[in-house]
Design a protein around this ligand. Structure first.
Ligand SMILES: Cc1cc2nc3c(=O)[nH]c(=O)nc-3n(C[C@H](O)[C@H](O)[C@H](O)COP(=O)(O)OP(=O)(O)OC[C@H]3O[C@@H](n4cnc5c(N)ncnc54)[C@H](O)[C@@H]3O)c2cc1C
Length: 453
């Protein structure tokens, strides 16, 4: 008898938690577990702004998938580009661009999300995102290079435009990114005696009337107050009308000369979900509270790519796209896959949100653990403590703690590596969004492969 094949797509919070639990709870002869992932690490995304600002090294938040001999999952290095639910085949593009068909009995879809963009002229050509390790490392180099180039320039207009930075998106990702990078440029400019610190200007804009509404009015205002005190210009009810290589036009008519536009205005489910041709809710795969696809045996989805009902909230709400939910759903879905494999009953996913932590760099932070509002050092201790304990391995914990201590003692460093200096690197270059097949192409590929020669 062949063993059932479980295929997990995506090695993020959801996918890795699922795989580790399957490895622990299933005996090797009960099922074969395979993981499809383009990278050899699990990325701890909430600490990405700290990589961009150089507080943490990229390696410290990239947790290796091969740290232990106990990890028996077979890893396919590549990305899933389509799934044919009828014939139970996942089409994969490997990192060497070969296309392979991978059959499965159970599939767990955890490919996460991509940056949500809108039809704004110039946006995808000129904006950076903050979703991948490469983007964070690239943005860091880019920001430092703006200081270097402004310092070298004799042209006052060029200097002024290189020293203005625009971040769009007042959620935690955008707010933390603006806060951490502003601290970096604020500290760095002291090393550039020819530059007027008054020329450095960070703009944080959002179409919503409030920053991070999940924080509530009082804490949200505290966060705004901290950022304004640091000189960050916050514009609410505002978005981008047009983006160009040397300027950005806001919807309120202002034209800001800048070479740096960071776009963090929300996420949408991975394009992989659309290849299934199944029902979606705002682009996320519509699943039951057990995280299975109703009517399709052996198909599960979770994390940012799935619309998992939020039973703790009720009222038809779906779980927000957060790491907090994704990793818990990862463990839970593993239990449900095992239950389904063993012919037992699956359980619905329920988790009450634990709150939000927002690290604004240094001792600035706001946090709302279990509804308790915290500011300053206590909030920072909770934010860092939470992230630190959520890192999967002791090696990652040690790396992150060492980096934090080093930064607290020795301060920021302003090294521009130049590794990616001449490569095109905007939103569309980092997220490989054009790699996916249409549902019809998936069918054609799968049928073509099963047809006799
Ligand atoms: C800057 C930033 C800050 C954040 N801060 C917080 C926070 O403080 N708290 C919080 O709870 N959440 C935070 N989040 C959100 C959180 O990181 C996500 O909700 C979480 O990562 C979702 O987990 P996931 O497993 O669904 O997706 P991910 O963790 O994104 O993992 C998806 C994985 O799938 C891989 N993948 C993608 N496409 C494919 C494919 N086609 N085939 C195979 N593999 C694929 C990706 O490479 C990735 O490894 C933050 C996000 C960002 C960007």
């Amino acid at each position: 008898m062949t063993r059932p094949r479980i295929l997990v797509v995506g090695a993020g919070f959801a996918g890795v938690e699922c795989v580790r639990r399957l490895e622990r709870k299933l005996s090797p002869d009960e099922a074969d577990v395979t993981l499809v992932t383009p990278f050899a690490y699990q990325l701890y995304l909430p600490l990405l702004p700290q990589v961009a600002s150089g507080v943490l090294t990229p390696q410290s938040i990239a947790v290796s998938l091969r740290r232990s001999k106990k990890y028996r999952t077979r890893i396919i290095p590549g990305g899933a580009i389509g799934v044919d639910l009828k014939s139970k085949v996942c089409v994969i593009r490997t990192i060497t661009d070969e296309i392979v068909n991978e059959p499965y009995d159970y599939i767990v879809l955890a490919p996460g999300s991509i940056t949500r963009t809108f039809d704004i002229p110039g946006l995808t050509d000129h904006a950076f995102g903050m979703k991948t390790l490469a983007e964070a490392a690239y943005i860091r180099d880019h920001v430092i290079s703006q200081l270097d180039l402004a310092d070298a320039s004799q042209d006052p207009a060029e200097r002024a435009s290189r020293l203005q930075f625009v971040v769009v998106g007042g959620g935690y990702a955008g707010t933390e990114t603006a806060a951490c990078l502003q601290r970096l440029t604020h500290a760095a400019v002291k090393r550039y005696p020819r530059l007027d610190p008054g020329l450095i200007k960070w703009h944080l804009i959002d179409i919503a009337p409030k920053l991070m509404p999940e924080l509530g009015d009082k804490l949200g205002s505290s966060a705004q107050e901290i950022l304004r005190r640091r000189g960050i210009d916050i514009s609410l009810g505002t978005s981008i009308a047009k983006a160009g290589p040397e300027e950005v036009t806001f919807t309120d008519g202002r034209v800001v000369p800048t070479r740096t536009l960071i776009w963090t205005a929300g996420v949408v489910a991975s394009p992989l979900i659309a290849t299934l041709g199944a029902e979606t809710v705002k682009g996320r795969l519509a699943v039951a509270s057990e995280m299975n696809l109703p009517g399709d045996d052996g198909v599960f989805a979770l994390g940012d790519s799935a619309a998992v009902p939020d039973l703790a909230k009720g009222d038809g709400a779906m779980c927000p796209p957060t790491a907090q939910h994704a990793l818990r759903q990862g463990r839970h879905v593993a239990d449900n896959v095992i239950a389904s494999l063993r012919g037992q009953a699956m359980k619905p996913y329920v988790h009450k949100d634990l709150g939000l932590v927002v690290d604004l760099g240094g001792t600035d932070a706001v946090s709302k653990p279990l509804g308790i509002e915290l500011r300053g050092l206590p909030a920072q201790a909770v934010a860092r403590g939470y992230h630190w304990s959520a890192l999967r391995t002791n090696v990652a914990k040690t790396r992150v703690m060492t980096n934090w201590l080093l930064n607290a003692i020795a301060g920021d460093d302003f090294v521009r590596t130049g590794f990616q200096a001449r490569k095109a690197a905007r939103l569309k270059d980092f997220e490989y969004t054009d790699a996916y097949l249409t549902p019809e192409q998936v069918r054609e590929r799968v049928e073509g492969a099963s047809r006799p020669e």
